[in-house]
Design a protein. Sequence first.
Length: 255
Amino acid sequence: MNSITLKRPVWRRALAVAGLAVWATSAAATTYRAKVLINFAPDGTVLAAIQSPVSLSQAGHVLGRFKVYDPADGSIADIATLADGTRMTTAYAVNSAGQVTGASRGIVVRNKDGSYINLGVLPGDVGTIGAFAINDAGQVAGVSSDIAGSWCGHRAVLGHVSGTPPLQPLGRLVDRTGAWSVPNAISPGGRVAGWAYVVGATCGAYPNYHAFISSPTGLVDLHTSFNLPTAVMNLSNARGINDQGIVVGRYATGG
């Protein structure tokens, strides 16, 4: 969630699930990040808080950039450093088992006890920018790249915390060297939503990209399928998907 600046103290409720509330407040000329307040005491005292919330599990886990709240015991764990000292630089998603995905060395899933699973990358690939989504079945959506040190070459992949089946490429929207696809979300049944390159400079400024959803035969271009407006620049991004295959996202056009 982006930083916000408010001219006067104010409460803004953006989430109310299982006793959670997202809020932000500030005095003049001061900027604060949003927080999730967890487990209010009867007198209204806040018993726990997570800054910069990014994900909420069905069981009530709340994930921030570097911390995760466990509803089972009310604890808040630091997730920036994994059990062997490996760093998780950014966290993206949490499931009901308390497993967290994020950016690290490989497509990494942090377990509740601090140990971690590294699903690696696709055979022959050279890197990754991390794991972006995980569902309660343990399916993980991440990125494997066949071009080193570049945004070009990223491709969405699907795997499982058990390692079986192994990582599978989900494809790209166009077959071109340097084209990319990146997942944002995964449904309970394992369908993946995200965004992918369609035309323009693959690694340069302002490529066109479209929202996608995965299917057994490859990625489906949602921008085209739903006849979203087109112009010189066409940008759409699928940000979430539920168990019914309903996708939420955003799009923009420009010339």
